[in-house]
Design a protein around this ligand. Structure first.
Ligand SMILES: Nc1ncnc2c1ncn2[C@@H]1O[C@H](COP(=O)(O)OP(=O)(O)OP(=O)(O)O)[C@@H](O)[C@H]1O
Ligand SMILES: [Mg+2]
Length: 267
């Protein structure tokens, strides 16, 4: 996969020494990470390792206690979550966050709400242009819905979608930002084997478009087959980083992630 010409030499997203404290608890401790364009970078580790906190911090939902985050080489420290999103970092949440009482199409359009606000102002002053812009967003949203496999469901209430489809809808909404980095926090949680395989295919397609993907996933087989690189967190610290094959052979990873105690055999 390293032969992929789209993989950028410079990371799209990186952090150095990133630390997040919640009172006395250090949830993320001095983490360095580089995520490159057109790669799937898995972030793994046992429950409570700090994966979601790291994503929340990278995307501006949680404030860093130390360290820095760079997007395309530029610091994003102190920026609000919506500003970070506008700069090209889009995400989904471990616990699905959709507007259940709104339609599928409306949920995707929320992904570009700031642009739409602008278009509403335009509507007052320059109706024709605004209508054109709005129509363009709607076309774009429909294209993305088809891309994630939700064709023909525009008018359905988001809350009435099957669970797996809600996960796909969240991805469509994130893609509405045309992100350079997409951060997916356990998008396959609760899915069956077939649904997981289908979603893995969709994530591969997003990578093929050049997007960098940071993927939190517990299923070792999925991580092994899908990712180009893996970072392992344990108690908030990065304990390993590298291609998937080497990662799962690492004794520290086996001990931490697979919950096995690795004892050095005597004799
Ligand atoms: N807002 C918060 N306030 C206080 N502690 C928090 C907060 N969010 C997370 N934590 C704690 O930080 C640690 C890391 O949690 P986090 O949710 O990042 O882990 P995770 O790796 O995503 O786990 P999981 O696989 O269960 O999703 C845990 O000990 C958790 O209880
Ligand atoms: Mg989590």
């Amino acid at each position: 996969m390293t032969q992929n010409p789209q993989i950028s030499a410079e990371p799209v997203l990186s952090c150095r020494g990133l630390t997040v404290r919640f009172g006395g608890l250090v949830a993320v401790r001095g983490v360095d990470l580089d995520v490159h364009g057109a790669t799937i970078h898995a972030l793994i580790g046992p429950n409570g390792a700090g994966k979601s906190t790291l994503i929340n911090c990278l995307t501006g939902f949680v404030k860093a206690s130390g360290g820095e985050t760079l997007l395309a080489g530029r610091p994003v420290a102190g920026k609000a979550a919506y500003e970070v999103a506008e700069l090209g970092m889009a995400r989904t949440f471990q616990n699905i966050r959709l507007f259940g009482g709104m339609t599928v199409l409306e949920n995707v359009l929320v992904g570009c709400h700031r642009n739409l606000e602008r278009s509403i102002l335009d509507l007052l002053f320059r109706r024709a242009k605004a209508a054109e812009e709005e129509a363009r967003f709607i076309d774009q949203a429909r294209e993305l819905l088809a891309f994630v496999g939700l064709n023909g469901r525009d008018g359905q209430l988001a809350g009435s979608l099957a669970y797996g489809h809600q996960r796909r809808l969240e991805i469509a909404r994130a893609l509405m930002l045309a992100p350079s980095v997409l951060l997916l926090d356990e998008p396959m949680a609760g899915m069956n084997v077939v649904e997981k395989a289908e979603l893995a295919e969709l994530i591969s397609q997003i990578r093929a478009d050049g997007t960098a993907i940071l993927l939190v996933e517990h299923d070792v087989e999925i991580v092994r087959s899908l990712s180009d690189r893996v970072t392992v967190l344990h108690h908030g610290e990065k304990i390993a980083d590298g291609p998937p094959d080497g990662i799962f052979a690492d004794a520290r990873v086996q001990s931490a992630y697979l919950g096995r105690e690795v004892t050095h055999a005597e004799g």
